[in-house]
Design a protein around this ligand. Structure first.
Ligand code: FES
Length: 174
């Protein structure tokens, strides 16, 4: 299997640093680790939606914890990306309710349409497709998350329209 190393510029701006400090302030001074997940979210958002090992190490340094404590969390949750992803990341729920309602077929359709496999990004860096665990919208499956928004009761036609809207810059992610 090809193993690639991706470079990521680390940019902890004053604004990001202030946001991290604000998140950390919600917890007791000797329990900074408790802020790890919210801190990872804001750091990832500020770094094109992925976290390299040096960036995870930086988060560990900021929180005064060991790097392995950050790796454990990042590798467990699908919402954290360990390599560059597309601007538009289609995260298809692959858990039971959505699977019964055709979620796998919808993800396969999107993959075929975009010319990628699950976990891959289109060469232009615009789209990624990922399978994730239950997103809590089980009654509205099959569904996907794109940025902060859910797209539910998916059909091939809805996926076609979504891809087209992304290409035309009509989709807000946050
Ligand atoms: S099973 Fe898909 S959102 Fe819960």
């Amino acid at each position: 299997m090809e193993k690639r190393v991706y470079y990521q510029e680390i940019n902890i701006t004053e604004e990001l640093s202030a946001r991290i400090n604000e998140l950390v302030s919600h917890y007791p001074a000797d329990k900074k680790k408790s802020a790890l997940i919210p801190v990872l979210h804001v750091v990832q958002d500020a770094h094109e939606n992925w976290l390299s090992i040096p960036l995870m190490d930086k988060v560990a340094e900021i929180l005064g914890i060991t790097p392995i404590e950050v790796y454990e969390v990042v590798t467990f949750y699908t919402m954290f990306n360990q390599k560059p992803v597309g601007k538009y990341m289609f995260e298809f729920c692959r858990t039971s309710c959505c699977a019964i309602l055709g979620g796998d077929d919808m993800m396969e359709y999107a993959c075929q349409k975009l010319g990628v496999k699950e976990g891959e990004t289109t060469p232009d860096g615009l789209f990624s497709v990922a399978g994730v665990e239950c997103l809590g919208a089980c009654g509205y499956g099959p569904m996907l998350q794109l940025g902060d928004f859910y797209h539910e009761k998916l059909t091939k036609e809805k996926i076609d329209a979504l891809i087209e809207d992304c290409k035309q810059g009509k989709i807000n992610l946050y």
